[in-house]
Design a protein around this ligand. Structure first.
Ligand code: HEM
Length: 126
């Protein structure tokens, strides 16, 4: 029989992901984006090396805002993936421990470092 007085929590404002969960989800998402990006970047490299016309076309493509935005997004995903990856490795090798506090602090550190490097990547692309 179902307990009538069982606790329920449908107040959506009180339910939220912990910062470590967000860091983990973003690490997977950034890994998949990086994987797809390898194909796009290899295509662009192949195009630029194919001929003079190919190189000029690749240069032309790189002038468009949309492509610049994609490249910036790819760089940001790669930056986060590397920050998150280094965080995992520091924890796995036992350099910073595996406590919840370390997990939280290192996740926030990865976000802040990614934000700073992402701005620099934007300056580099534009
Ligand atoms: C072409 C470059 C890369 C691609 C396509 C890629 C892709 C991926 C993908 C798809 C995952 C699985 C994520 C998951 O299942 O949650 C992963 C995990 C991982 N990646 Fe990368 N990665 C790349 C480069 C790197 C680099 C440079 C580092 C080093 C900082 C790194 C560190 C890691 C680590 C430590 C994990 C395991 C995370 C865990 O245990 O949950 N990756 N990567």
């Amino acid at each position: 029989m179902v307990k009538k007085q069982r606790p329920i929590n449908l107040q959506l404002q009180t339910i939220h992901f912990p910062v470590t969960a967000i860091a983990s989800i973003l690490h997977r998402v950034s890994g998949v984006i990086t994987f797809v990006a390898v194909g796009i970047l290899l295509w662009l490299l192949g195009l630029s090396l194919s001929s003079l016309e190919g190189f000029q076309y690749a240069t032309e493509i790189m002038h468009s805002f949309f492509i610049k935005f994609i490249i910036w997004g790819v760089l940001t995903a790669l930056i986060y993936h590397i920050c998150g990856g280094l965080r995992h490795m520091l924890m796995d090798f036992g350099f910073i421990g595996e406590s919840l506090l370390v997990g939280r602090i290192s996740a926030i550190a990865a976000f802040i470092i990614t934000a700073i490097l992402s701005i620099l990547a934007g300056v580099f692309v534009w």
